[in-house]
Design a protein around this ligand. Sequence first.
Ligand code: TIU
Length: 225
Amino acid sequence: MISIEAKPYIFEFKPNSTALVIIDMQRDFVLPGGFGQSLGNDVSPLRLIVPKIEALLGMWRSLGACVVHTRESHLPDLSDCPPSKLKRGNPKLSIGDLGPMGRLLVRGEYGCDIIDELRPLPSEIVIDKPGKGAFFQTSLMEQLTHRGITHLIFTGVTTEVCVQTSMREANDRGFECLVVDDATESYFPHFKAATLAMIVAQAGIVGWSASTQAIFNGFKGQQSE
Ligand code: TIU
Protein backbone atom coordinates (compact mmCIF):
# COMPACT_ATOMS: atom_id res chain seq x y z
CA MET A 1 0.00 0.00 0.00
CA ILE A 2 1.29 3.47 -0.91
CA SER A 3 0.42 6.36 1.43
CA ILE A 4 0.56 9.90 0.10
CA GLU A 5 0.55 13.20 1.96
CA ALA A 6 -2.49 14.74 0.30
CA LYS A 7 -5.32 17.19 0.84
CA PRO A 8 -7.62 16.92 2.73
CA TYR A 9 -5.89 13.89 4.31
CA ILE A 10 -3.69 10.89 3.47
CA PHE A 11 -4.54 9.08 0.22
CA GLU A 12 -3.77 5.36 0.10
CA PHE A 13 -3.65 3.15 -2.98
CA LYS A 14 -2.24 -0.05 -4.43
CA PRO A 15 -0.53 0.51 -7.80
CA ASN A 16 -2.01 -2.62 -9.37
CA SER A 17 -5.54 -1.29 -8.83
CA THR A 18 -4.77 2.37 -9.61
CA ALA A 19 -4.80 3.94 -13.07
CA LEU A 20 -2.85 7.05 -14.03
CA VAL A 21 -5.31 9.09 -16.11
CA ILE A 22 -3.85 11.65 -18.52
CA ILE A 23 -6.58 13.94 -19.76
CA ASP A 24 -6.43 15.48 -23.25
CA MET A 25 -2.69 16.23 -23.57
CA GLN A 26 -3.38 16.78 -27.27
CA ARG A 27 -1.56 19.17 -29.61
CA ASP A 28 -4.93 20.89 -30.10
CA PHE A 29 -4.92 22.06 -26.45
CA VAL A 30 -1.21 22.43 -25.75
CA LEU A 31 0.32 23.85 -28.94
CA PRO A 32 -0.28 27.08 -30.86
CA GLY A 33 -2.64 26.72 -33.82
CA GLY A 34 -4.97 24.26 -32.11
CA PHE A 35 -8.47 24.31 -30.66
CA GLY A 36 -7.38 25.87 -27.34
CA GLN A 37 -5.86 28.85 -29.07
CA SER A 38 -8.87 29.15 -31.41
CA LEU A 39 -10.96 29.81 -28.28
CA GLY A 40 -8.77 32.83 -27.55
CA ASN A 41 -6.44 31.24 -25.00
CA ASP A 42 -2.69 31.56 -24.43
CA VAL A 43 -1.69 27.91 -24.54
CA SER A 44 1.92 28.31 -23.35
CA PRO A 45 1.29 27.61 -19.60
CA LEU A 46 -0.07 24.17 -20.44
CA ARG A 47 3.27 22.89 -21.70
CA LEU A 48 4.91 23.47 -18.31
CA ILE A 49 3.26 20.41 -16.76
CA VAL A 50 4.65 17.99 -19.37
CA PRO A 51 7.77 17.01 -17.32
CA LYS A 52 5.60 16.20 -14.27
CA ILE A 53 3.29 13.97 -16.32
CA GLU A 54 6.31 12.34 -18.00
CA ALA A 55 7.73 11.51 -14.55
CA LEU A 56 4.46 9.95 -13.37
CA LEU A 57 4.03 8.10 -16.65
CA GLY A 58 7.57 6.71 -16.30
CA MET A 59 6.75 5.46 -12.80
CA TRP A 60 3.46 3.84 -13.87
CA ARG A 61 5.17 2.18 -16.85
CA SER A 62 8.02 0.88 -14.68
CA LEU A 63 5.42 -0.74 -12.40
CA GLY A 64 3.44 -2.19 -15.30
CA ALA A 65 0.40 -0.37 -13.86
CA CYS A 66 -2.65 0.85 -15.77
CA VAL A 67 -2.38 4.06 -17.82
CA VAL A 68 -5.33 5.82 -19.47
CA HIS A 69 -4.92 8.56 -22.08
CA THR A 70 -7.94 10.53 -23.24
CA ARG A 71 -8.52 12.69 -26.29
CA GLU A 72 -11.40 15.10 -26.72
CA SER A 73 -12.25 14.21 -30.28
CA HIS A 74 -14.98 13.76 -32.86
CA LEU A 75 -15.76 11.59 -35.85
CA PRO A 76 -14.80 13.16 -39.21
CA ASP A 77 -18.49 13.71 -40.07
CA LEU A 78 -19.01 15.35 -36.63
CA SER A 79 -22.09 13.16 -36.06
CA ASP A 80 -21.00 12.75 -32.42
CA CYS A 81 -20.73 16.51 -31.84
CA PRO A 82 -23.95 18.09 -30.59
CA PRO A 83 -24.93 21.27 -32.48
CA SER A 84 -24.74 23.16 -29.18
CA LYS A 85 -21.04 22.28 -28.83
CA LEU A 86 -20.31 23.05 -32.47
CA LYS A 87 -21.93 26.48 -32.38
CA ARG A 88 -20.89 27.60 -28.88
CA GLY A 89 -18.98 30.87 -28.61
CA ASN A 90 -17.42 32.75 -31.46
CA PRO A 91 -14.11 31.04 -32.11
CA LYS A 92 -11.94 31.99 -35.07
CA LEU A 93 -12.05 28.31 -35.98
CA SER A 94 -14.65 25.76 -34.86
CA ILE A 95 -14.47 22.01 -34.26
CA GLY A 96 -13.95 20.32 -37.61
CA ASP A 97 -12.48 23.40 -39.32
CA LEU A 98 -9.07 23.11 -40.94
CA GLY A 99 -6.25 24.65 -38.92
CA PRO A 100 -2.46 24.47 -39.25
CA MET A 101 -2.43 21.05 -37.50
CA GLY A 102 -5.40 19.58 -39.39
CA ARG A 103 -9.13 19.63 -38.64
CA LEU A 104 -9.69 20.74 -35.04
CA LEU A 105 -10.55 17.93 -32.58
CA VAL A 106 -11.19 15.43 -35.39
CA ARG A 107 -9.96 11.87 -34.83
CA GLY A 108 -6.95 10.93 -36.90
CA GLU A 109 -5.79 14.50 -37.43
CA TYR A 110 -2.27 15.50 -36.31
CA GLY A 111 -3.48 18.21 -33.95
CA CYS A 112 -6.03 15.96 -32.30
CA ASP A 113 -3.39 13.46 -31.25
CA ILE A 114 -1.39 13.33 -28.03
CA ILE A 115 1.89 15.27 -27.84
CA ASP A 116 5.08 13.35 -28.70
CA GLU A 117 6.44 13.37 -25.12
CA LEU A 118 3.40 11.46 -23.81
CA ARG A 119 2.67 9.21 -26.79
CA PRO A 120 0.69 6.16 -25.58
CA LEU A 121 2.18 2.67 -25.72
CA PRO A 122 0.10 0.00 -27.52
CA SER A 123 -0.65 -1.63 -24.14
CA GLU A 124 -2.21 1.55 -22.70
CA ILE A 125 -5.87 2.54 -22.80
CA VAL A 126 -6.71 5.40 -25.18
CA ILE A 127 -10.20 6.87 -24.84
CA ASP A 128 -11.66 9.09 -27.56
CA LYS A 129 -14.40 11.10 -25.90
CA PRO A 130 -16.89 13.45 -27.55
CA GLY A 131 -17.60 15.27 -24.29
CA LYS A 132 -15.60 16.96 -21.59
CA GLY A 133 -15.98 13.97 -19.26
CA ALA A 134 -14.07 10.73 -19.95
CA PHE A 135 -17.02 8.44 -19.13
CA PHE A 136 -19.69 10.04 -21.35
CA GLN A 137 -20.26 7.87 -24.46
CA THR A 138 -17.03 5.91 -23.96
CA SER A 139 -16.01 2.41 -22.83
CA LEU A 140 -13.87 3.70 -19.95
CA MET A 141 -16.03 2.30 -17.14
CA GLU A 142 -16.03 -1.19 -18.67
CA GLN A 143 -12.28 -1.11 -19.33
CA LEU A 144 -11.44 -0.02 -15.77
CA THR A 145 -13.83 -2.56 -14.22
CA HIS A 146 -12.35 -5.31 -16.37
CA ARG A 147 -8.87 -4.49 -15.03
CA GLY A 148 -9.98 -4.29 -11.38
CA ILE A 149 -9.19 -0.58 -11.11
CA THR A 150 -10.61 1.14 -8.02
CA HIS A 151 -8.40 4.26 -7.73
CA LEU A 152 -7.67 6.98 -10.31
CA ILE A 153 -4.87 9.55 -10.33
CA PHE A 154 -5.75 12.47 -12.61
CA THR A 155 -3.40 14.68 -14.62
CA GLY A 156 -3.76 16.76 -17.80
CA VAL A 157 -5.78 19.66 -19.13
CA THR A 158 -7.70 21.71 -18.45
CA THR A 159 -8.18 21.51 -14.70
CA GLU A 160 -11.66 23.01 -14.46
CA VAL A 161 -13.04 21.62 -17.71
CA CYS A 162 -12.12 18.07 -18.78
CA VAL A 163 -10.10 17.07 -15.70
CA GLN A 164 -12.72 18.15 -13.19
CA THR A 165 -15.65 16.82 -15.24
CA SER A 166 -13.94 13.43 -15.57
CA MET A 167 -13.04 13.34 -11.88
CA ARG A 168 -16.62 14.12 -10.86
CA GLU A 169 -17.93 11.43 -13.21
CA ALA A 170 -15.44 8.96 -11.68
CA ASN A 171 -16.31 9.97 -8.12
CA ASP A 172 -20.01 9.34 -8.79
CA ARG A 173 -19.10 5.91 -10.20
CA GLY A 174 -17.36 4.89 -6.97
CA PHE A 175 -13.69 5.46 -7.80
CA GLU A 176 -11.31 6.95 -5.23
CA CYS A 177 -9.83 9.93 -7.10
CA LEU A 178 -6.80 12.16 -6.66
CA VAL A 179 -5.73 15.07 -8.87
CA VAL A 180 -2.02 15.89 -9.13
CA ASP A 181 -1.90 19.64 -8.52
CA ASP A 182 1.30 20.37 -10.50
CA ALA A 183 0.49 17.92 -13.30
CA THR A 184 -2.72 19.66 -14.32
CA GLU A 185 -3.12 23.14 -15.80
CA SER A 186 -5.69 25.65 -16.93
CA TYR A 187 -5.66 28.64 -19.27
CA PHE A 188 -6.94 30.54 -16.19
CA PRO A 189 -4.82 30.27 -12.99
CA HIS A 190 -7.69 31.37 -10.75
CA PHE A 191 -9.96 28.66 -12.19
CA LYS A 192 -7.28 26.05 -11.49
CA ALA A 193 -6.89 27.24 -7.89
CA ALA A 194 -10.65 27.29 -7.32
CA THR A 195 -11.08 23.82 -8.84
CA LEU A 196 -8.39 22.28 -6.65
CA ALA A 197 -9.92 23.94 -3.59
CA MET A 198 -13.46 22.76 -4.36
CA ILE A 199 -12.37 19.16 -5.04
CA VAL A 200 -10.87 18.75 -1.54
CA ALA A 201 -13.42 20.90 0.31
CA GLN A 202 -16.04 19.32 2.57
CA ALA A 203 -13.59 16.53 3.58
CA GLY A 204 -12.90 15.56 -0.03
CA ILE A 205 -16.29 15.96 -1.68
CA VAL A 206 -14.80 14.97 -5.05
CA GLY A 207 -11.51 13.46 -3.85
CA TRP A 208 -7.93 14.34 -2.99
CA SER A 209 -5.10 16.49 -4.35
CA ALA A 210 -1.34 16.05 -3.98
CA SER A 211 1.89 17.09 -5.71
CA THR A 212 3.98 14.91 -8.00
CA GLN A 213 6.71 14.94 -5.34
CA ALA A 214 4.29 13.69 -2.69
CA ILE A 215 3.45 10.72 -4.91
CA PHE A 216 7.14 9.90 -5.38
CA ASN A 217 7.69 10.29 -1.63
CA GLY A 218 4.90 7.77 -1.12
CA PHE A 219 6.68 5.24 -3.33
CA LYS A 220 10.00 5.86 -1.52
CA GLY A 221 8.31 5.34 1.85
CA GLN A 222 6.91 2.03 0.71
CA GLN A 223 10.34 0.80 -0.47
CA SER A 224 12.00 1.59 2.89
CA GLU A 225 9.39 -0.29 4.93
N1 TIU B 1 -9.80 19.15 -22.49
C1 TIU B 1 -10.49 20.24 -22.14
O1 TIU B 1 -10.39 20.72 -21.03
N2 TIU B 1 -11.28 20.84 -23.13
C2 TIU B 1 -11.55 22.17 -23.18
O2 TIU B 1 -12.28 22.62 -24.08
N3 TIU B 1 -10.99 22.95 -22.24
C3 TIU B 1 -11.02 24.31 -22.14
O3 TIU B 1 -10.55 24.83 -21.15
N4 TIU B 1 -11.50 25.01 -23.16
